[in-house]
Design a binder for this molecule. Structure first.
Ligand code: PLP
Length: 449
């Protein structure tokens, strides 16, 4: 059936849209199909739904479109690229934009992270990083260094490796046996509740890594993977000094440190990367989302020269593949075009500074909700924040779900995840737009039962 481009999707009555075939990801499909939420267009900080309603996007899509929706610069770059080179083989060949974007990402990411490997999503970035870490030790002649350590409540995507190191139990439970991985404790401590920014207490939680090293032996551990702050589990921020401590322990025992910066990368904390915010440089960094401002699926893994050189110095003939890994669409020309345009916007508009400037206002608004019934914690970092909501008996999801739906009805999109309501507004949001968003949120919270 030909698509009728003359008719916009918003003009198609919802009743004519057959939802049956569509199995939505990470969605309560039954509830959704009873009460669909169909987004048909976007502009700057707003979505428009199938009923023509204007909705403030307080989540940057899914933490990814912080630079503004429908940026014409990205649309133009993608259009041009599709007319010039729609696809080039990713294996054994390259094209100019992949080379340019690799250099751009190298320049933007912290010093010491020099080698850029492209993927198509955050999940692929994580699985790539885990394979890279294990293969690195094999290339060094230490194949027994293969165990992976992550953190409870961490989210590292939906692929097999990422699910294995992931620490959100409901995301693991349906799948039976996963890859072996140890989980450090999460850093949510009751004494840190309602901290503004970095919590004070809990640096000693990093020392549990020493205990895991004692029990397995450092010679069996390949890498530790953590998000600089956990986004999906409800904006859990590590206590002061915690990531520095992890870095020291990894250095001391010769274990790689991987930062999953899929959410924290490209300005979310008010610094370019979580690594910059916390002043800790990992050996491998996972990226996605902001890399193209969410416009085209793309991810990247950025590794240190030491890791890359270890692969390159393997004692094999030059025509042999050093790292047998990659995707048909790694460094896709269209994604690279979007990525280069997004990086131009990110740098020219100094969006990290914008996020940093807006962050105190956001902090004031979110912590202004302290005292509202059923809110048990409020957490924030840069332009990310979460409210933790007291569960109804043994159902932690119900209240956040009801609050988020009430907000949606009133023209505000926030995300419900577990027992939290999350917000990650666009960097280009205006203060009065945030004020209005919090008025709606506050109104919906006051009706919570
Ligand atoms: C820290 C982190 N890692 C990985 C992912 C997975 O990214 P994707 O959904 O693009 O596969 C996410 C997604 O939110 C994430 O927050």
């Amino acid at each position: 059936m030909a698509i009728n481009y003359e008719q916009t999707f918003s003009e198609i009555p919802l009743a004519q849209t057959n939802l049956d075939a569509y199995w939505l990801p990470f969605t309560s499909n039954r509830q959704f199909k009873d009460n669909p939420r169909i987004i048909v267009s976007a502009e700057e900080c707003y979505y428009y739904d199938a009923d023509g309603r204007k909705i403030f996007d307080a989540m940057s899509g899914l933490w990814c479109s912080g630079f503004g929706h429908n940026r014409p610069e990205i649309a133009e770059a993608v259009n041009q690229q599709l007319l010039n080179l729609d696809y080039a083989p990713a294996f054994q060949f390259a094209h100019p934009l992949a080379i340019q974007l690799a250099n751009r990402v190298k320049e933007i990411t912290p010093k010491g992270l020099d080698q850029v490997f492209f993927t198509n999503s955050g999940s692929e970035s994580v699985d790539t990083a885990l394979k890279m870490a294990r293969a690195y030790w094999r290339a060094k002649g230490q194949p027994e260094k293969s165990r992976l350590i992550s953190r409870a409540k961490g989210y590292h995507g939906a692929n097999y490796g990422g699910t294995s190191v992931g620490g959100i139990e409901p995301n693991r439970a349906p799948y039976g046996e996963l890859m072996p991985a140890d989980h450090l404790p999460h850093t949510l401590l009751p004494q840190n509740a309602f901290s503004r920014g970095l919590p004070e207490n809990g640096i000693e939680l990093a020392d549990v890594l020493e205990e895991l090293i004692d029990s397995h032996g450092a010679s069996h551990i390949a890498a530790v993977i953590v998000e600089p702050f956990s986004g999906s589990a409800g904006v859990i921020i590590p206590p002061e000094g915690y990531l520095q401590r992890l870095r020291q322990i990894c250095d001391h025992h010769d274990i790689l440190l991987i930062f999953d910066e899929v959410i924290s990368g490209f300005g979310r904390t008010g610094a370019s990367f979580g690594a910059d915010f916390f002043g800790v440089v990992p050996d491998i960094m996972c990226l996605a989302k902001g890399l193209t401002n969410g416009a085209v699926p793309m991810g990247a893994v950025v590794a240190s020269k030491m890791i890359y050189e270890t692969f390159m110095n393997a004692n094999t003939p030059d025509h042999m593949i050093e790292f047998p890994h990659g995707y048909t669409y790694s460094g896709h020309p269209v994604a690279c075009a979007a990525g280069l345009a997004a990086m131009d916007i990110f740098e020219k508009e100094k969006l990290t500074d914008k996020a940093k400037e807006l962050a105190p206002h956001f902090e004031g608004l979110i912590h202004g909700l302290k005292g509202v019934k059923y809110i048990t914690d409020i957490r924030n970092i840069g332009l990310a924040g979460a409210l933790q909501i007291e569960p109804v008996s043994d159902d932690p999801v119900r209240r956040p779900f009801e609050i988020a739906l009430a907000c949606w009805e009133k023209g505000l999109y926030v995300r419900w995840a577990g027992d939290t309501i999350c917000m990650s507004p666009l960097f280009i949001s205006e203060k009065d737009q945030l004020d209005e968003a919090f008025n709606i949120l506050s109104d919906c919270l006051s009706r919570m039962v």
